[in-house]
Structure formats: C-alpha cells, structure tokens
Design a protein around this ligand. Structure first.
Ligand code: TXE
Length: 499
C-alpha cells in the first residue's frame, strides 16, 4: 500500500471551515474492488449540521448576490484554474476516487478536468445572463418600457449521486454560483471523500458560507435539507423513487425542483450506418464506460435487421477487448460496479434473461481471476442477444455492465420501440443520412439525441440536459441550466421612462 493510500477521514464544511459532524460520527467507505479494504471515513452529518449549513448559506447570500456578475465570473475562472493546478494533488484525489468508487483512473481524471471546464462554461453564460433584456413600446402592443432581469433565488440544495459526482456537480454548482446563489452540496454516501476534498478546495476560495458541504445518511438528513424553509431551489440527480420523494418534500414549501433521474437510452442503428472497429469501440464506451453506471449510457441497442449480425459480431469483439479488474491498474478498462446493491440489480437481470432462454455472453478479459472472484463487485460486460422486450434488462435501467441487443425492420418501428419506455433521458441514431437522423430524433421522447455516438463523449455541454417522462423535471447544462438558478423579474414603466 502506498503512502497515498492511508486511511483518511473527511469533514463537513460549513460557514467557511472544515468541521466534524456535531456528534463526531463518521461512516466507513470500502474499496468496491476489495470490499474488505477500508479506504476512509466520511463525516455523518446530523440534522443540526444540515440546518447550520443552510443557515450559513442563507447568511452569505445577500453579499454574494450583491457582489455582481463580473466579480463572480472572475472567481469562477479562478476556480477553473485552481482545479487544473497542483498535479500531485489531482493525482492523489484521483487515486482516492478510484479506490472509493471503483471507476478506472482515466475516468477519475476526466471527471476532475470536466468540473473545471464546466466552471469556465458557466462563467461564459454569466456574461450572457447578466445582460438585462430591455424592451421599448411595441408597435400596436403595450406602450410601456420593460426590463427583464434575472435574480438569484437564494440557497440551492445540490444533491449528487455516486456514479459521476464531480461531472454532475459541474452541471449545477458553477451555474448556481455564477447567478449569485449560495449552496449546500450533499454528495452521495458511497462516493464522498474525493468529491469532498475537491469541493473543499473550491469552497475555500469563496466567501464563507457560499459553498457548504454535508455528507452522511440521506435517510437521516435528506428531508431536513430538501424540506428546509430557507432552501429556495433543489437540484437533484439520482433515482426515480428518491426524486419523486424529494419533489413531495420540496412541495411543502413550494420549493422549485430540478430532477435528473436516470434513463433507459435506446440506440438505433439504421441500415446505412457506418460500422467498423472504431465505431464499435465508440458504441462500447457509450454502453460500458464507468461499468455502464452513467445516466446517459446506451442501455438498449436496436439494430436494423439487415445489419444485426454485423453489429453482433463487431460489438461483441469490442466487448471482448475489455479488461476487467482493479481501476488503479493502467491496463484496466472496466472497474467493478460501485456497490453490492447495484451489482445485484445487474446480475439478477442477467440471470432472468438466461432463465428465460435468452442467449447471453459475458465478454472481456480478466487478468486477475483471484481478484475478480474475490468478493469485489465485478461483472464482465454481458450482452443479451435478440432480447425479448419483456425482460427486465430491456424494460428497466440496468445501470451496470449488461446490454440487450434487438432487431427492427422500419424507422417507424425503431421509434416506437425506443419510445416504449417509462424513461426519456437520451437516445442515439447511427446513420450516414443527417436529414433522416434529425427527422427520427425529433420523434424520440428524449431530452438529448446523439448522432453516431452515445454518452458523455458525444455530448455538447451547450445543450440543455434532462429528460422526458420519468427521467426528470427541468434541465441542467446549457444556458437553460443557468436560467434554472435565476428568477425572472420584470420591471415596467411608462414609455420613455426606461428606454
Ligand atoms: O440513488 P438514490 P442510488 C439510478 C440507477 C441506480 C438507482 C439507485 O438506476 O440503480 O438510481 O441509485 C441522495 N433526500 N440512478 O441508490 O438513492 C443520495 O444520498 C435527499 C440514476 O444511488 O436516488 C444520493 O446523494 N437526498 C442516476 C442521491 O440522492 C437523498 C444516478 C441519489 O441517491 C434522499 C444515480 C432523500 N430522501 C442513480 N435519499 C442518474 N440520473 O444518472 C437519497 N438521497
């Protein structure tokens, strides 16, 4: 074990300083690759701590809001710069992240740099939102001058899941801050330490109280945060069940919510798609990056019947190239699933498919068989061929390394199959015909459609991100994701008074 791997304890952060939970409680975090290996402890905040965090944010709000856009934009850019500096520390946090989360080192580094990119992007949107819309009298319309300005709301509760905690924070935190809100961030229980250490560095650059961080049992503190009367906005990413609950709790105070709740993304491979090794590798990462634990991962693969066998062969070959093992090793391309519960969701889906007669192939190479079968949450990428639409691996979100492959005959059938889901987060169309791709995309019930790609690598941060149906409410990212943190405020006077 390297010196870097000493067991650590992370604090909460309230009103500008680190502190343990008020009752001193912590909880343990273990390595998903070796679940008996203790990685560290995170503070288990109490309800009083959450109340103190919200009050600190509330207290810091007037000054932060008053500071104005230009000053905040400046700080956002400084944060982005800080996040890219100190290579040793980035290496340390990235290694810690892999050890507490399971994901491969390359991905943890990507997460770290993505957060900084998103601060930069929010700063650019700050330049746009700071400009009030000014309207003089309209021809035959109102004889009034009107200014539409956008004001921060106050305290925002930002709740992120374990799968991509820093990238997902990057879709809410800089947007909340640049618009003048103060925040309480709650990372997920089982991916807390590297996110907290990263967040503390950001929080320390801002006036005390602007960013506060609480960790601990959501069962204990969740409702205190989302139902707090001083919280003016809840931005949640996680499961449908908890999202629904959060919305109900927030409704008590009529607190607006943005919910991003997972998906069951369909990919549609049309008969004219370009298919080669590079494309199959792209599909592999779209489905199995982060061991499939990505909200916008490809989760159902529909292929035109004329190309089905080719996709089965090429995609299976790409999956066979996967190297499954400890995410710290440079040759590993797929780490373990993050937790036992998630692993059992996926293994049960695979077992159900097998028990109902489906052909299932578990792919990839396992260089360290003892580690793979040693109790870690490992699962090779599993492909379910010609999957029956009634199978759970088709109907439900697997959020792990399993993927059903199915055929379609016409574009209309492909659209109907893609939309036959309670979810509507993302989707993809693979074709050489741009016009046809866009026409199909416009018929898909999904908040984002990728063309000839799928997942984080195919996504443009300028596009709003969120879902139809059970995939959520509202949008993060893009300019809409910034607007979500500001209340429009109209100011009108007689014609000639303002303009
Ligand atoms: O999510 P939870 P989990 C889906 C995916 C996965 C399933 C369960 O299908 O299998 O959800 O994942 C916090 N008040 N997605 O158990 O429980 C919790 O601490 C306030 C898709 O991790 O919803 C964590 O920070 N907060 C999704 C966050 O909510 C509460 C990403 C998510 O936890 C809370 C993750 C409460 N009452 C899972 N209860 C996506 N959109 O990509 C929990 N939390």
């Amino acid at each position: 074990m390297s010196n870097m791997d000493q067991v650590i304890t992370t604090d909460i952060f309230i009103g500008g300083s680190n502190r343990p939970a008020s009752n001193g409680a912590v909880y343990d975090l273990f390595n998903p690759a070796r679940p008996t290996e203790l990685v560290g402890h995170a503070a288990a905040a109490t309800r009083d701590d959450v109340d103190a965090a919200v009050r600190a944010a509330h207290g810091a709000f007037p000054t932060w809001a008053e500071m104005g856009y230009q000053a905040r934009i400046e700080i956002m850019l400084q944060v982005a710069e800080m996040l890219a500096s100190d290579e040793e520390d980035i290496k340390y946090r990235s290694r810690l992240f892999t050890r507490e989360h399971g994901k491969i080192a390359r991905e943890t580094l990507m997460e770290m740099s993505r957060l900084g990119d998103r601060f930069r992007q929010a700063a650019a949107y700050g330049e746009r939102i700071m400009v009030d819309e000014i309207m003089g009298p309209a021809g035959g319309g109102p004889q009034l001058d009107t200014i539409v300005t956008r004001q921060p709301r106050g305290v925002a509760a930002l709740i992120v899941p374990w799968n991509w905690p820093l990238s997902i924070l990057g879709a809410k935190l800089p947007q909340a801050l640049v618009t003048g809100n103060t925040v309480v961030v709650k990372p997920a229980e089982n991916s807390a330490m590297a996110p907290v250490l990263t967040l503390q560095k950001i929080a320390a650059m801002l006036p005390p109280g602007v960013v506060n961080i609480v960790t601990g049992s959501s069962r204990e503190i969740g409702d205190t945060l989302t139902g707090h009367p001083l919280v003016r906005n809840v931005n949640f990413t996680g499961s449908v069940a908890v999202g629904r609950h959060v919305m109900k709790v927030a409704a008590e105070n009529l607190t607006p919510v943005t919910l991003e709740l997972g998906g069951n993304d369909a990919a549609l491979v049309l008969e004219d798609a370009t298919l080669n090794e590079e494309v199959f590798n792209k599909m592999y990462w779209g489905a199995f990056g982060s061991s499939g634990q990505i909200c916008m991962a490809m989760k159902r693969l529909y292929v035109h019947e004329s190309r089905y066998d080719e996709v089965v062969d090429g995609f299976t070959a790409a999956c066979e190239r996967a190297v499954i093992g400890d995410g710290l090793l440079p040759e590993t391309t797929m780490g373990p699933v993050n937790n036992a519960k998630q692993l059992s969701v996926v293994t049960q889906m695979i077992a159900e498919a097998r028990s109902k007669g489906a052909e299932v192939r578990e792919c990839g190479q396992v260089p360290d068989e003892a580690l793979y079968s040693g109790g870690g949450y490992f699962q090779r990428p599993a492909l379910v061929y010609d999957a029956d639409p009634a199978l759970s691996v088709v109907r439900d979100e697997q959020f792990g390394p399993a993927l059903p492959l199915m055929k379609f005959r016409t574009d209309g059938e492909a659209i109907q199959l893609a939309n036959d889901s309670e979810f509507g987060l993302c989707s993809s169309v693979w074709t050489e015909d741009a016009e046809r791709a866009v026409a199909i995309a416009k018929k898909l019930e999904a908040g984002y459609t990728y063309l000839n790609g799928h997942g984080p690598m195919a996504q443009d941060g300028r596009g709003p991100f969120g879902g139809f149906k059970n995939s959520g409410v509202g949008r993060n990212m893009g300019f809409d994701g910034v607007l979500a943190f500001a209340e429009p405020h109209s100011i009108s006077g007689p014609a000639g008074f303002l303009v």
